[in-house]
Design a protein around this ligand. Structure first.
Ligand code: PNW
Length: 495
């Protein structure tokens, strides 16, 4: 494209935070070692028969619990400014409750963070990346109105243990995936399938939990620890299928139902739920004979607690969708979020030539990243943004040219957004290494490093994309012509 001609003028600032991301259940393994308790993904994968594509589990995964040195070595090889991962709640608090802290679990993270900080690699730490302690799930998990208190207690333990070194907290990874896929649907643990009800209860309690953890940090830790607290929201670039009024309304409601429901209450000018969505769910509920809306009320006090409770806007961005109006779809679960908004999401672009990844849901629209920022700037007015995840899956192999194309395209599009005024301060690529891809098991690979699952040592080998990302981080420029000569990795001076 014409843009690449003046690559030199399109430089990332020196203080831009380039990182890579992972999550505890997806890489750590050691599922029952050193006092760790059971979480909802342990439970799901240990049931029989397994709903995982290759019948696998995260019992060993990339075995990062035993590979701190190599993991940090990879970060140094890439020259990362930051590394994002999550704490395993059950490793730190085996029952989920804060009465007993598992010191061995705390020590694992202490050793990891200390090793990273030797080389100036900033930890960006998620408190809950989907692996909720099973005992809390047995009590309803995020549907229990006491959940916000349990989460606040856990966040205090984390701030106390690690806040001297961790300056960057992410409370929840992808509320939409937690609530919609785990409570409303059955595609993620805990597979509740309580459509039209569970996802909304979850949404309310997740927001309250996030807000409590934020205010706890604000009132008791910020003055001494001086860090930031926010969350990571999954955002697709959604376009109406056609220009029709119906499709445009459906697309807006889809934005409100998957993005706005978790971010309007925090970031919009007005506190509370997105207006049209709230009204739509109330109408549907009434028509279905529910004496009250299935979307629980936020009291003024709750809405106020949630409003503004974030130091930055964290974005996980991968893919793009088209949205069409779809009323009374036969075979659709009723009630459900999609029925509530009378919409249908179409993934494959209907005739567009979008490049597709190994994941059925992952397509590259070349401008999706800048379009996402246009939408956010319009809705929420000039937040500070971090891309907390963005990445590409393949079926395997070290020559991952599609992944290289994806990163170059998405980063260029992000530079467009920055040139247009979006205050983007960092980018975390998903993922540092191959890992347990939830219900897809190990069949889809997202890593800069391949992980050899046949090898008990879980040997890690850099792919082509690792060299390209390293070059971008080092030069702060996206050079479309850069080709690694041979795949020989080393650590540059100063890393
Ligand atoms: C994210 N979609 O999930 C998660 O945060 C990671 O744990 C996961 O490994 C990664 O992306 C890759 O899947 C997503 O359907 C799940 O659009 C689903 C979607 C996107 C992201």
């Amino acid at each position: 494209s014409g843009k690449t001609k003046d690559v030199d003028s399109r430089k990332f600032p020196d203080d831009f935070l380039f990182g890579a991301a992972t999550a505890s259940y997806q890489i750590e393994g050691a599922w029952n070692e050193d006092g760790k308790g059971e979480n909802i993904w342990d439970r799901l994968t240990h049931r029989d028969p397994s709903p995982i594509a290759d019948n696998s589990t995260g019992d060993v995964a990339a075995d990062s619990y035993h590979n701190i040195d190599r993991d940090v070595e990879m970060m140094r090889e890439l020259g990362l400014d930051a590394y994002r991962t999550s704490l395993s709640w059950s490793r730190i608090l085996p029952t989920g409750f804060a009465d007993h802290i598992n010191e061995a679990g705390v020590n694992y993270y202490n050793r990891l963070f200390d090793e990273m900080l030797k080389y100036n690699i900033q930890p960006v730490i998620t408190l809950c990346h989907w692996d909720l302690p099973q005992p809390l799930q047995d009590l309803g998990g995020l549907a229990n109105p006491l959940f916000p208190e349990w989460f606040e207690d856990y966040s205090r333990v984390a701030y106390e243990a690690f806040g001297d070194r961790v300056k960057f907290w992410v409370t929840f990874n992808e509320p939409t995936q937690i609530c919609l896929l785990g409570y409303g649907d059955t595609s993620m643990a805990p597979e509740l399938g309580a459509g039209g009800i569970g996802e909304y209860m979850c949404a309310k309690n997740l927001l309250l939990a996030h807000a409590k953890a934020y205010h706890l940090y604000d009132s008791e830790y910020r003055s001494t620890q001086a860090g930031q607290v926010g969350l990571a929201i999954h955002i697709t670039y959604n376009q109406p299928l056609t220009d029709s009024e119906e499709d445009r309304i459906a697309s807006e409601l889809y934005n409100q139902a998957t993005i706005g429901i978790y971010s309007d209450p925090i970031f919009a000018a007005e506190p509370g739920w997105p207006k049209e969505l709230k009204q739509k769910i109330a109408e549907k509920s009434a028509a279905q004979g529910f004496p009250r809306s299935r979307l629980p009320e936020l009291t003024d006090e709750e809405a106020k607690l949630i409003h503004g409770s974030s130091d930055y806007y964290g974005i996980n961005h991968y893919t793009t969708l088209k949205v069409a109006s779809a009323v009374n779809v036969s075979g659709r679960r009723v009630p459900s979020l999609m029925d509530d908004i009378d919409a249908e999401a179409i993934r494959n672009g209907t005739g567009e030539n979008w490049m597709q990844a190994a994941s059925y849901w992952l397509f590259l629209h070349p401008e999706s990243m800048s379009k996402v920022f246009e939408m956010l700037q319009e809705r929420y007015k000039d937040q500070v943004y971090y891309i907390m995840e963005s990445g590409w899956s393949t079926a395997g192999g070290l020559v991952d040219d599609d992944r290289v194309t994806y990163y170059r395209t998405v980063l260029n599009s992000m530079l467009d957004a920055m040139e247009a005024g979006a205050r983007v301060k960092g980018y975390m690529a998903w993922s540092l290494m191959d890992n347990f891809e939830w219900k897809r098991g190990y069949t889809e690979k997202f890593g800069f490093y391949e992980v050899d699952l046949e090898d008990p040592a879980r040997t890690r080998t850099p792919r082509k994309s690792a060299f390209v990302y390293k070059h971008i981080i080092k030069t702060r420029i996206i050079d479309p012509d850069y080709e690694p000569e041979e795949f020989v990795m080393s650590i540059d001076e100063g890393h």
